[in-house]
Design a protein. Structure first.
Length: 313
């Protein structure tokens, strides 16, 4: 035992770096070879997001606010992709907005990756639209409570929102069937709850996906003002797994086909819809190694203290 402790005390830190590299690279290689991801057990908060979208009548209009930028895309982009995918599979109409300057670009990427690739029959301005970024933070939220089109008078490409078929029945934000918010910070989910959901008297259902740092701030709102909550890449992976399980179920083949999607029930899920689940492997490996290293560090520390006490005695 003393020999092992001596080795740990003198261990070169470069071995720790190598172990971390293997802990991260190992799951990536295994998943790349086997084409399988780690199994996910969705929490109630993640299931609630899935059910909130799934339970809407077909043809409902959903407001998706992408309030994040490339800096937090690692955690949040898979959430936005999954939300757009589920809405399209359920036959819902999608209105994309952002209160972050680069949010419009994140929306464009999602539309290109999901809607134009797998749902080519959907029409811009009829089935979905990107209204882009609007400056003003909470002021924008106050305006949409009474006049949504005044807050967003044009689309990202410059078309007048008053002429869009998708917004023909939308006067205020409360006319949307659901608000799906993806948030990296301020302004984001917390402000949408405080300035919009609460002001609407709870009539506007809201689900949220957010970074791990922001998640503890939003849990007090779940399941009240926020019907469902995705926390960090783990929440994104759980949400992905729920959608993929639904798509893979043969019982849903007819419903999916009725939406005109260019993807049917298949034994293989495209990699772009597995991003969060694939990222969970390296994260799990790194976290397990960190736990082991912390335990070993404490063992060495306690052993050193015991040796010092014996020497002092």
């Amino acid at each position: 035992m003393q020999g092992v402790l001596g080795i740990l005390e003198r261990l070169d830190r470069r071995w720790v770096f190598l172990a971390m590299a293997l802990a991260v690279a190992g799951p990536i290689l295994v998943m790349g070879i086997t084409r399988k991801t780690l199994p996910e057990t969705p929490t109630d908060a993640s299931r609630a997001v899935f059910q909130a979208v799934q339970s809407l009548p077909r043809g409902s209009t959903v407001l998706l606010s992408f309030d994040f930028d490339p800096g937090s895309a690692g955690e949040l982009e898979p959430m936005g992709v999954s939300m757009a995918r589920q809405c399209a599979l359920c036959g819902h109409k999608m209105v994309f907005i952002s209160l972050w300057p680069l949010g419009g670009q994140m929306i464009d990427q999602t539309i290109k990756k999901v809607l134009r690739a797998d749902f080519p029959h959907l029409q811009d301005g009829v089935d979905y639209v990107n209204l882009g970024f609007q400056a003003g933070n909470e002021q924008v939220m106050r305006v949409v409570l009474t006049d949504f089109k005044r807050a967003f008078p044009t689309t990202k490409s410059g078309r007048a929102t008053a002429d869009l078929p998708i917004l023909s029945g939308i006067q205020r934000v409360g006319d949307f069937a659901l608000l799906a918010e993806v948030s990296a910070g301020y302004p984001g989910s917390k402000e949408w709850v405080q300035y919009v959901v609460s002001a609407s008297g709870g009539k506007l259902p809201m689900v949220s996906g957010c970074t791990g740092v922001q998640t503890p701030q939003l849990y007090p709102y779940f399941p009240g003002q926020i019907r469902g909550l995705l926390g960090a890449i783990k929440g994104a992976a759980e949400y992905e797994s729920l959608i993929n399980a639904w798509v893979l179920d043969p019982a849903n083949a007819a419903e999916i086909a009725s939406t005109g999607a260019d993807v049917g029930v298949s034994a293989v899920i495209p990699p772009k819809y597995l991003e969060a689940q694939r990222r969970m492997g390296p994260q799990l490996g790194a976290h397990l190694l960190m736990v082991v290293l912390i335990l070993l560090g404490n063992v060495v520390y306690l052993a050193q203290r015991r040796s010092q006490r014996r020497a002092a005695a």
